[in-house]
Design a protein around this ligand. Structure first.
Ligand code: GDP
Length: 203
């Protein structure tokens, strides 16, 4: 999968507005400031594909980046931003749940959570929705470079322990400054994209 080929395709403000002809997509979700834009930019080798958030939570859109013919990376709106009015928060919570539960081409969810305070309340809800929808989930513990190696490893182990009962959930440390962690993410995404193609061929 050529992640460097990613280009912006379209934005949607709700599930119903997402592209109808998508074949396979993988979505990125996380609290505002978790490092989602930075991760998408690092993954695709581009500096400005996803905008790093100067005003977190402002652009509440689902952004579609095309990797190859009708194969998309999907940047979901960041959540958990305190200054967003409750009504807006509730609307987006509803839209996110709709998207995760009902979006047919969606084959995997990358959830980003800061390694220094992993799995906050809404992150847990995302994990729950993914598991209920039998959607494979890959958790990135982001900004791993902010902790000493041992502390980061300790967090990884305790999060792994906590999630080990759940099927189709994996966890890794991630940092945009650590190329090997970006490669690990690329491998996970490639297996989702290619695995889904195999399934389609087999039908
Ligand atoms: P988003 O709101 O989830 O899209 O988060 P951003 O990508 O805008 O990142 C939020 C802040 O964290 C920015 O100041 C980034 O520079 C910083 N950041 C993101 N990823 C990393 C990382 O791997 N290491 C470090 N040290 N900082 C990071």
């Amino acid at each position: 999968m050529d992640f460097y080929a990613a280009k912006f395709s379209t934005s949607a403000d709700r599930l119903g507005a997402c592209p109808a002809d998508s074949l396979i997509e993988v979505a990125f979700a996380g609290r505002s400031n978790a490092g989602k834009s930075s991760a998408i930019n690092a993954l695709t080798g581009q500096t400005r594909l996803a905008r790093t958030s100067k005003t977190p939570g402002r652009t509440q859109l689902i952004n579609f980046f095309e990797l190859q013919e009708r194969h998309f990376l999907v940047d979901l709106p960041g959540y958990g931003f305190a200054k967003v009015p409750l009504a807006v928060k509730n609307k987006w919570q509803f839209e996110l749940e709709q998207y995760l539960r009902n979006r047919e081409p969606l084959k995997g969810l990358v959830l980003l959570s800061d390694v220094r305070h992993p799995l906050k309340e809404f992150d847990r809800l995302m994990v729950e929705w993914a598991v209920q929808s039998q959607l494979p989930l890959h958790l990135l513990l982001t900004k791993a470079d902010k902790l000493k190696r041992g502390a980061a490893k300790g967090t990884l182990l305790s999060v792994e322990r906590e999630l080990k009962e759940l099927s189709a959930v994996s966890v890794q440390l991630f940092s945009i400054t650590q190329g090997e962690t970006i490669n690990t993410l690329r491998q996970q995404l490639t297996s989702w994209f290619l695995g889904s193609e195999d399934n389609q061929d087999g039908e």
